[in-house]
Design a protein around this ligand. Structure first.
Ligand code: MN
Length: 695
């Protein structure tokens, strides 16, 4: 933990109402009807499928094709939404004795949507009807070709609609401008489910059983649509099916990941199931993933699950290799003092994994990133943002230099000619430079409510569980509790995680777990006063239920006046700071601002030990705390800033200022004559000495 995340707390009035009420209020679920629908997601509350545009036409077209015995092709997509949509409709037809052939394009050869080869394959199969799921709404030309060849086309999709829709028999899409449907946020598999709901009425067959909702939940969560309204109902039901192990393929996949004995929640879908199903499509052919979703044969499902697991490991090693190359390039050439975005492009980087690499780089460098790969000449890739920066707007600023792009403010896909790359980079960076105020890129965590330890009861933990499933649009409630005494701080899980206990001196002590927090191990220890940001969870162990805090962030409660005020100064790295002024505001004696000899020695030893190999990007407050604690002394961020200036002037290191007290420090290689360096020659040293002397 080198960067301090800022916290935004939505409700800062502990005790104003029961905890669940406070959270429902802040999520606009205060009124009793909305509240009831939310807390009890029921299938009866699903909307009428015929409210979707062209749904009746879609059903009659399909019904006619079935009656005429025409061959039906279902055309999907290689991502999890598209795969589950394809599987859901294929299974429905097969369960009702209607023959059909599923078709998934090859990501690397065909690309997304109805391609020329999709048309060829459909015609080769002798299809009389093609139904698209999770794609098709932009495929005007392909649909014309199919129609000319006498193939009827029903499009079901949830992507943005172009001005002119394809001339199909039906275009079912909640995002059509003439749609009267109550929500636009269905996933591709969600729209497919609505088609099935409608077909059941038209064909007089029963609704699919609960097993099929597992597929709907999977695609809906994987496509990151908001888990509200109808999506919430569908995912809630689907998680029920997954937890009862009703779907054979998914049960085997969970077993292969050793997740079968744990509860399945939306997080399990997002972090365990979806990446494995996606891995196949990313590396090319998605057929094993589709077959896993279709099969009811347990032995075959097991084989396929193992195959997907293997492909996922391959994907992970590809990702690690690209990440290593990307970070090497950034470390070697990126100017961290600029407001620039990180834009990387390299022929040979696998386009199926650059998106994941992109997200990892955002986590590492706290700024928006664009990573492009593919073949030389024409690059393809992904963009991800951080903070409030709108990445789609940035790409729009360079639109004329792209081949195509699409997405939203947080993430986008992009295709670009190698020859246009330099112009594109200039354009997006010019846009970034014009957005100075948003360019802090500071990571922020949003918490729902400030609470006291008394609020953290088992009954409140049970109450908050009613808000699940959590995910996009319905995040798990996060709480903040301040001024707690840390009574335990212990590395667990091979030193990866930290187990903690806290006490406020009044209530009973509480236990918590901080996953992947080993990096904070030298910042905290038992005895500290801390502020915690966490999720309140129930822990089941040996049949006993206890409350557990799942820690998301920790701040020290006690911050010196100087550490609080100094980073807010207009120019925190003023070469000649007004020491007397600062001492007055902070009510400190002047010599508290002046580093002494031991401070210089301690700081240099620490930096040389920890960061000789790689530069470090950090907040000075955290670095000062880190250094001080490892020497059992004190050190303010202000003093450390002065020390770093002296070191810079003495050519020991370079410091880049990244806003407020955030810096990037790179040690310079030790020189032969290092022993002869005299810090006292540095101008800052002399300035500090003169100021101190005047006191
Ligand atoms: Mn989709």
């Amino acid at each position: 933990m080198l960067i301090q995340k800022e916290w935004k707390i939505l409700d800062e009035q502990p005790g104003s109402a029961p905890l669940l009420e406070r959270i429902l209020q802040s999520r606009h679920l205060g009124d009793s009807k909305a509240r009831e629908r939310f807390l009890e997601p029921r299938l009866e509350d699903l909307h009428d499928p015929f409210l979707l545009p062209d749904m009746a036409l879609a059903c009659s077209t399909i019904q006619m094709a079935v009656e005429d015995g025409r061959a039906i092709v279902i055309h999907g997509d290689y991502d999890v939404d598209g795969l589950t949509a394809t599987a859901l409709l294929t299974r429905f037809f097969h369960q009702n004795g209607i023959p059909c052939v599923p078709l998934i394009p090859d990501r690397l050869v065909d690309g997304y949507g109805l391609s020329e080869s999709s048309v060829e394959r459909t015609l080769a199969l002798g299809a009389g009807l093609l139904i698209t799921v999770d794609c098709g709404v932009t495929s005007v030309q392909a649909v014309d070709q199919l129609q000319t060849a006498g193939v009827a086309v029903v499009i079901t999709d949830h992507h943005e609609c172009p001005d002119i829709l394809p001339r199909a028999q039906a275009v079912v899409n909640p995002k059509r401008s003439d749609s009267l449907y109550p929500t636009t946020s269905l996933s591709g598999v969600g729209v497919t489910f609505k088609l099935i709901q409608a077909l059941c009425q038209v064909l007089h067959v029963p609704l699919p059983d609960l097993t099929e909702y597992a597929l709907v939940a999977l695609g809906t969560v994987a496509d990151v649509v908001p888990l509200l309204d109808e999506n919430r109902i569908l995912v809630y039901q689907g998680l029920g099916a997954l937890n009862r192990h009703l779907h054979i393929g998914l049960t085997e996949l969970l077993a292969v990941c050793a997740q079968n004995d744990r509860g399945v929640d939306a997080g399990t879908i997002g972090y365990t199931l979806a990446p494995r199903l996606n891995a196949a499509g990313r590396l090319g052919a998605a057929m094993p993933a589709l077959e896993l979703l279709l099969t009811d044969d347990r032995t075959r499902a097991r084989e396929l699950a193992l195959e997907l697991q293997e492909q996922n490991s391959q994907r992970q090693s590809l990702e690690a290799a690209i990440l290593a190359e990307a970070t090497a390039e950034i470390e070697a050439s990126f100017d961290f003092t600029s407001p620039d975005l990180i834009v990387l492009a390299r022929a040979g980087w696998h386009t199926g994994v650059v998106g994941i690499v992109c997200s990892r780089l955002v986590d590492l460098y706290h700024r928006p990133v664009i990573v492009l790969g593919g073949e030389s000449g024409r690059f393809k890739g992904s963009a991800r943002t951080c903070g409030n920066f709108d990445i789609l707007e940035a790409i729009r600023a360079g639109a004329e230099h792209t081949v195509k792009f699409g997405g939203h403010r947080k993430a986008a896909g992009i295709e670009i000619d190698e020859s246009a790359l330099a112009d594109f980079r200039r354009a997006v960076n010019a846009y970034a430079a014009s957005q100075v105020d948003r360019l802090a890129f500071r990571p922020e965590l949003v918490a729902d409510a400030l609470v006291t330890l008394d609020d953290l009861s088992e009954s409140n933990a049970v109450a908050l569980q009613q808000l699940a499933p959590f995910g996009e649009g319905n995040r798990q409630p996060l709480l903040v509790c301040r001024n707690l005494a840390l009574t335990e701080w212990r590395l667990v899980g091979n030193g990866k995680h930290v187990r903690i206990a806290v006490d406020d001196g009044k209530s009973r002590p509480l236990a918590g777990i901080a996953f992947n927090f080993s990096q904070a191990d030298d910042l905290f220890s038992a005895g500290d006063q801390v502020d915690l940001l966490f999720a309140l969870e129930l822990n089941q162990f040996n049949g006993r239920r206890t409350v557990q805090l799942q820690i998301r962030d920790i701040h020290p409660s006690v911050v010196t006046e100087l550490d609080r005020i100094w980073p807010l100064q207009p120019d925190v790295f003023d070469p000649q700071p007004d020491l007397n002024g600062l001492a007055r505001i902070c009510q400190l004696p002047l010599d508290h601002l002046l580093p002494d000899r031991d401070d210089y020695v301690m700081a240099f030893q620490y930096l040389r030990t920890a960061y000789a190999e790689h530069p470090v990007q950090t907040d000075l407050s955290l670095l000062a705390r880190r250094i001080a604690r490892s020497y059992n002394r004190t050190l303010t961020a202000f003093k450390l800033a002065q020390i770093l200036r002296v070191f810079t002037e003495s050519s020991l290191l370079t410091v880049q200022h990244l806003g407020r007290d955030r810096v990037r420090i790179a040690l310079l290689p030790a020189r032969e004559d290092q022993a002869k360096i005299r810090l006292s020659d540095a101008p800052t040293y002399q300035y500090l000495k003169a100021q101190g002397g005047l006191a």
